[in-house]
Design a protein around this ligand. Structure first.
Ligand code: AMP
Ligand code: TRP
Length: 328
């Protein structure tokens, strides 16, 4: 079973990324043949500064390794190192419709955020994502809830390709965790925690200092009630219950029972402490890994060679099926 996912190198990675996705990448190493990619080509769609992009790529690589990705048990690589992604992207663009791409929520959101210049790369973004996934004969894609629509589009594209050119591509399924797939902003619990849309206080970053994490939880927005239970009108408390449930590895109902009768203040402090403890070993390992850029490059280069071996076989099949290139 092939497990495959990607993460963007832009911005700082937050608790939502960790609980919704990265945690699933780590588990994936025990369940199948795991391949993970850091998508610098996707990052280009919003015009990052080149030096900053390179730094962020190393930051993200070190975070993933610190979180528990083990190059001996998975393939970890940089998207732009494996040229097959861009070739497959073009080919798949010819079987994805303009209408489908126009309906993607991430495109609508991001184009609203970058009004002054909406690159056509931003519009193409989901096609490149489909290429990432389909190049590796992926069975399962661990992701947070916001990416579900892109995986559904990927399935659609793969099925259409197979119907037109014969069975060539594996149709993947998404794997979304039952709790933690949508961590909300601590200051605006009606919104998803996000690198671009959250304020500094609203997002907890994986590399935040412990004092800062505790402060963010202490000042988290809740409601005027007193009960520590999940509910539709209790977005803030529901979010905190879910965060603690994932970090402790217990059911959200167990958290509700444990904290019944306690005040919001004590509960928020307890969640802050638990998150600090959860992230501490990651932060510690990160410092050492990030300091060794040559080591990170070596890991990525090794990953790219292994990834290329898989993706080039898929591309040979795709070329043959579509009648492009010299006949094999
Ligand atoms: P990105 O940083 O946009 O590349 O996202 C990496 C992964 O984190 C994707 O699988 C997203 O679905 C997931 N993710 C992003 N934000 C959240 C969130 N607030 N809660 C849960 N998962 C998230
Ligand atoms: N769009 C994803 C995100 O914003 C990143 C991504 C690119 C991805 N290619 C992918 C995720 C392939 C899963 C599989 O998080």
């Amino acid at each position: 079973m092939r497990i495959f996912s990607c993460i963007q190198p832009t911005g700082r990675k937050h608790l939502g990324n960790y609980l919704g996705a990265i945690r699933g990448y780590v588990e994936g190493q025990d369940r199948g043949d795991a391949v993970y990619c850091i998508v610098d080509l996707h990052a280009l769609t919003v015009g990052p500064d080149p030096a900053e992009l390179r730094r962020s790529l190393y930051d993200t690589t070190a975070i993933l390794l610190a979180a528990g990705l083990d190059p001996a048990r998975c393939i970890l690589f940089r998207q732009s190192d494996v040229r097959e992604h861009t070739e497959l992207c073009w080919v798949l663009a010819t079987v994805a419709s303009y209408g489908e791409l126009s309906r993607m929520t991430q495109f609508k959101e991001k184009s609203a955020q970058h009004k002054q210049f909406v690159s056509s790369g931003l519009f193409f973004y989901p096609v490149l994502q489909a290429a990432d996934i389909l190049a590796y004969d992926t069975d399962e894609v661990p992701i947070g809830e916001d990416q579900k629509q892109h995986i559904e589009l990927t399935r659609e594209i793969a099925q259409r390709f197979n119907a037109r050119f014969g069975e060539t591509l594996v149709v993947p399924t998404h794997r979304i965790p039952p709790v933690g797939a949508r961590i909300q902003d601590l200051q605006s619990p009606g919104k998803r925690m996000s690198t671009t849309a959250s304020t500094e206080q609203g997002a907890v970053y994986i590399l935040d200092a412990p004092g800062s994490v505790q402060r963010k939880f202490r000042t988290a927005v809740t409601d005027s009630g007193t009960e520590i239970v999940r509910g539709p009108d209790k977005a803030g408390i529901t979010n905190l219950i879910e965060i603690l449930s994932v970090v402790r590895g217990v059911d959200p109902a167990a958290i509700e029972r444990e904290f019944a009768g306690l005040g919001y203040g004590a509960f928020k402090a307890a969640v802050g402490d638990a998150v600090v403890e959860y992230l501490a070993p990651v932060r510690e390992r990160y410092e050492k890994l990030r300091a060794d850029e040559a080591g990170l490059e070596a890991t990525l280069a090794d990953g790219a060679a292994k990834a290329h071996a898989i993706a080039s076989r898929t591309l040979a099949r795709v070329r043959a099926a579509m009648g492009i290139g010299a006949p094999g």
